[in-house]
Ligand binder design. Structure first.
Ligand code: ADP
Length: 263
């Protein structure tokens, strides 16, 4: 760089350098804070299932092993804990990829009606356990081709239906519908008549690790990452996600997708 003799230019350059450095430092500080918070949340989320597994294994070692029926019950519970850990780690992996922009979407045309049927098949047992009826408003409709990353959209649909079961009431319902918005857009909507969400909590639902009910006493495990993943995937598709909910009445989550002409 040539040596600047002009005092004014020099002062400006020094100032600019100082501001740039300050901004850089501030950005690093924000990043560090974010990293610390993320790690804190991760270890917090992992602790509960880890302690559960440890608890059952210790009880077995301390003598519960002798009783055949208890042995099986406790091993099953420990297995459930490990399953939860796997879900959490998978969600963490996904959110890390999504947040760092590392996720390459693979676009293709696929039938969303067929995808929803597959998700229903996957989740039927889970719904049955809570006597929740899964219904597909337009199950009789023609195949509806949309464009997007099929696996990721399947994850979105799965997360939304899983939530409608988790936060649904026993004997309740979870209904999915496909609505034609325009000739080029469809809306996929998941409606439940479950516990609903209080108004003041709605804006925070899509934050990672956010949960309305933080008490560990609730049997419904989760990582608090499901909706953050959903939002990232939909936004990566440049589509929109909506939520409407009434506390004690139920919730409705919906998102848009690009519809293909040949459907
Ligand atoms: P989690 O793993 O806790 O289910 P999510 O990110 O999927 O995490 O959801 C965040 C929170 O939003 C949940 O903990 C729950 O409080 C609330 N929530 C999500 N879906 C529903 C729903 N269908 N009905 C009521 N509350 C919901």
């Amino acid at each position: 760089k040539p040596i600047t003799t002009d005092m004014e230019t020099l002062t400006r350059e020094v100032k600019k350098f100082a501001t740039d450095k300050k901004l850089e430092i501030e950005m690093l500080q924000v990043r560090e804070e974010y990293r610390r918070e993320f790690l804190g949340n991760v270890s917090h989320e992992l602790k509960t299932p880890l302690f559960t597994v440890q608890g059952y294994l210790s009880t077995l070692i301390d003598g519960a092993m002798e009783d055949k029926s208890i042995r099986k019950k406790y091993l099953k519970r420990a297995e459930k804990g490990v399953e939860r850990l796997i879900y959490i780690v998978e969600d963490l992996d996904m959110i890390t990829k999504l947040e760092s922009g590392d996720l390459n979407l693979e676009f293709s045309d696929f039938d969303i009606v067929d995808l929803i049927q597959n998700v229903f098949d996957l989740l039927e047992m889970k719904a049955d356990k809570k006597k929740i009826t899964l219904s597909f408003e337009n199950y009789h409709i023609q195949p509806t081709f949309v464009n997007g990353d099929k696996d990721k959209i399947q994850q979105v649909v799965e997360n939304l239906i899983v939530n409608s079961i988790k936060y649904g009431k026993i004997g309740g319902s979870s209904e999915i519908a496909i609505v034609n918005l325009t000739p080029k857009k469809v809306l996929v909507r998941v409606t439940d008549n479950g516990e609903g969400i209080e108004k003041q909590n709605i804006p925070r639902l899509f934050e990672r690790f956010y949960r309305v009910d933080k008490s560990g006493s609730r049997s419904e495990g989760g990582s608090g990452l499901g909706l953050a993943i959903v939002k990232h995937i939909i936004e990566a598709h440049k589509e929109k996600i909506y939520v409407e909910s009434e506390f004690g009445i139920g919730s409705e989550f919906s998102f848009t997708l690009e519809k293909m002409a040949h459907s």
